[in-house]
Ligand binder design. Structure first.
Ligand code: ADP
Ligand code: GN1
Ligand code: MG
Length: 352
């Protein structure tokens, strides 16, 4: 269905005149929609392969953004800019289902803001830490049991390892031989994979409402001041571990190279970026993290990097069906980059 037609199904202030592909996300189809007025919107096609229950996902997002708007207002902030604003469809629903069964949603476009794929300066990364920390602390009293588990076991690393093992065993695309080294690297670290989850089960880490996808390009900074503005990409907001939110941000943002860098000599953990993010995250959390959580932050970084490397490799072995790819062996490049980062985190373990 034409994007302009889809946009007609939403309560926009002015009719849409164009919709162009936008952003760097690996999962959804994102478009920037311009209208005949000054208002712009983000149109997104929800990836049904990744999110089998888009209605539930949208229910979560509506609940969480309403709650955040209330908190932001109470804290003297601007609820229009500091969290996402879903635009209802003509029938009042938070999504539109087209005749092919695809689900679409629209958000108000947040103007005068930037999303970065790499921190231009230390302070950008520090500010993104503030944004994700604040996000977590604002949701401290949110009733977690009212959220749907959009992707169960999303950051259950041990479970993801079992899926990985099975995928290697089945080798449906005949790709195992060329990535033996990477498979060995992952298998050598299997013991650690249940460590954080075991702490959760023993009550040593609290279950919180977390974002679960804390990449730098899932946060918006103010376009002028580059101060923390708004956390976006709320698809995976679910009960989870704070150390995972910390860790995933480090995986992406404290790497001195891009997530899919092919020259592994460029890959390393920047201790400066690590410290800057940690400072921002802890400040944003406003003292809400427990001693155990703070102690396990480095493990969160290592596990999220290892898990993500394993997920990229699983996807490669399954025929690249989950993450968007734009070149051959893209997922292998991404995997190798994550594993090189794990190795560097291990080298710098004492420092962090
Ligand atoms: P994905 O799930 O595919 O990663 P995102 O929700 O992160 O999709 O959106 C992709 C990109 O679109 C973001 O990185 C950001 O640059 C931009 N974006 C998303 N929502 C908004 C918004 N409300 N206002 C402005 N830009 C946005
Ligand atoms: C995906 O949607 P996006 O691009 O922000 C993925 C994350 C991965 C990330 C790797 C729902 O995030 O879990 O860490 O790619 N999101 C989902 O870049 O699987
Ligand atoms: Mg995103």
């Amino acid at each position: 269905m034409e994007k302009e037609k889809i946009l007609q199904q939403f309560q926009l202030k002015f009719p849409a005149v164009s919709a162009e592909p936008y952003g760097q996300g690996h999962i959804n189809q994102t478009f920037l929609a311009k209208t005949s007025g000054k208002e712009r919107y983000i149109l997104q096609g929800i990836n049904k392969n990744v999110f089998p229950h888009p209605e539930e996902l949208m229910e979560n997002i509506v609940k969480v953004t309403l709650y955040l708007k209330d908190m932001i207002g109470k804290n003297g902030g601007n609820p229009e800019r500091e969290t996402l604003t879903p635009v209802p469809a003509l029938d009042g629903k938070s999504y539109f289902k087209d005749e092919e069964g695809n689900y679409w949603r629209v958000y108000v476009f947040i103007e005068d803001a930037v999303t970065l794929n790499a921190a231009d300066q230390l302070s950008d990364f520090y500010e993104s830490g503030i944004a994700f920390g604040r996000f977590q602390s604002m949701l401290r009293d949110f009733p977690a049991e009212t959220l749907h588990w959009v992707i169960p076991d999303f950051h259950n690393t041990a479970k993801r390892f079992r899926i990985f093992e099975k995928t290697v065993e089945q080798d449906i695309c005949g790709r195992v031989e060329e990535v033996k080294k990477e498979i060995d690297f992952i298998c050598q670290r299997r013991e650690e994979m249940s460590l954080l989850d075991d702490m959760l089960k023993r009550g040593e880490l609290p279950l919180r409402v977390t974002h679960n996808d804390t990449k730098l390009n899932n946060v918006m900074l103010d376009g002028q001041s580059h101060k923390a503005l708004c956390v976006i990409d709320l698809d995976t907001v679910m009960p989870g571990l704070s150390v995972h939110d910390f860790g995933d941000a480090i995986r992406f943002g404290a790497n001195t190279a891009a997530e899919d860098e092919q020259d592994l000599d460029k890959v390393s953990l920047s201790l400066k970026l690590y410290e800057a993010y940690k400072k921002g995250f802890l400040e944003g959390c406003q003292g809400s993290l427990t001693e155990n959580e703070i102690r396990m932050l480095p493990m969160g970084a290592k596990m999220m990097t290892l898990e993500c490397g394993m997920r990229f490799l699983t996807d490669y072995l399954s025929g690249d069906t989950y993450f968007k790819v734009t070149r051959e062996k893209h997922n292998v490049d991404r995997c190798r980059c994550q594993l090189a980062l794990v190795a560097d985190i291990e080298r710098k373990w004492k420092e962090i």
